[in-house]
Ligand binder design. Structure first.
Ligand SMILES: Cc1ncc(COP(=O)(O)O)c(C=O)c1O
Length: 288
């Protein structure tokens, strides 16, 4: 139990070693993904693999789309080796630009990327789903390529810590007076019955859950719109919710200490949440 994959080998996590010269360690020079495993099956592998391949290509780490495709088999081996065929889990993948003497510019051609994958058992929070979560707002201090899932997460780390210190689950990022996304989630508001979220751009991560949620909402007849929500609209909205691979759809019931709507999960959020969970779990027999 607790085996991981590192550069072609499967080994116990406490025996996995990388160089202190690894550019993931020194520069945060890498791309990562997190996938959800339900009853031993990877949820939305194709979408996660496509996002990872696009990110690696964008930052010019030499790990091709077919190399990324090969990680599906790695994931399935980790699921089997770690007894994760039943219940739920997550698998973390990271590909860094490899280990080389420190220069800001790229290492010599031929430097192999460092490839790591590690599973963890996961139990979704029923409380979060049913009772909702608290959130705070913070200025979005991140860079201008938030569409890339890079391991350099300083902006998200500081935002989530601020949330944590105020007893909240998530920090919603505000840029130019607009609600962008959470530190590790995409953010939605219900305004005049329409489910609204920031449009895809370089300023938000193209969340896999975000896309599933938009599709699920449309499917059950809830109108959706990918248009920015202002900070004023955010505080006036009767319903807010956040979505992500380990968050699913979580209603926000308190924002910066102020009650959202009635203070409990609203009807549109609940409808969208149920539609999303039906897609997530499909016919899986797992209790949820
Ligand atoms: C900044 C950010 N936005 C959104 C998300 C949600 O993306 P996904 O639904 O693909 O997990 C994440 C996930 O980690 C994230 O880090």
């Amino acid at each position: 139990m607790n085996s991981v994959f590192l550069n072609g080998a499967y080994l116990p996590k406490d025996q996995a070693r990388i160089s202190v010269d690894d550019r993931g360690f020194v520069f945060g020079d890498g791309i990562y993904e997190v996938v959800r495993i339900i009853e031993g099956r990877i949820f939305a592998w194709g979408e996660h693999a496509a996002r990872m391949a696009r990110g690696l290509d964008a930052v010019r780490i030499p790990f091709s789309a077919s190399d990324v495709a090969g990680l599906e088999a790695v994931c399935n081996t980790l699921i089997a080796d770690n007894d994760l065929q039943s219940g739920e889990a997550t698998v973390y993948f990271q590909v860094s630009r490899g280990a080389a003497p420190r220069t800001h510019y790229f290492p010599p051609a031929g430097t192999p990327p460092t490839v790591y994958a590690a599973p963890s058992r996961f139990t979704p929070s029923r409380d979060m789903r049913e009772k909702g979560v608290k959130a705070i707002t913070v200025p979005d201090l991140r860079w201008a390529r938030c569409d890339l899932k890079t391991v350099n997460l300083m902006g998200a780390v500081l935002a989530r810590q601020a949330a944590h210190e105020s007893g909240a689950y998530e920090a919603l990022m505000i840029r130019d007076g607009m609600m962008m996304e959470g530190a590790a989630t995409n953010a939605f508001a219900v305004i005049d019955g329409v489910v609204r979220t920031y449009p895809l751009s370089n300023y938000i991560l193209p969340g896999i859950t975000r896309q599933y949620v938009l599709d699920a909402a449309r499917d059950v007849g809830v109108p959706v719109s990918e248009e920015p929500v202002t900070q004023a609209q955010m505080f006036a909205a009767p319903e807010l919710f956040i979505v992500g691979t380990t968050t699913d759809v979580a209603p926000i019931v308190l924002l910066d200490g102020k009650t959202v709507g009635s203070g409990s999960p609203g009807p549109v959020t609940k409808k969208v949440q149920a539609a999303f969970l039906a897609r997530l779990y499909g016919s899986a027999a797992v209790a949820h």
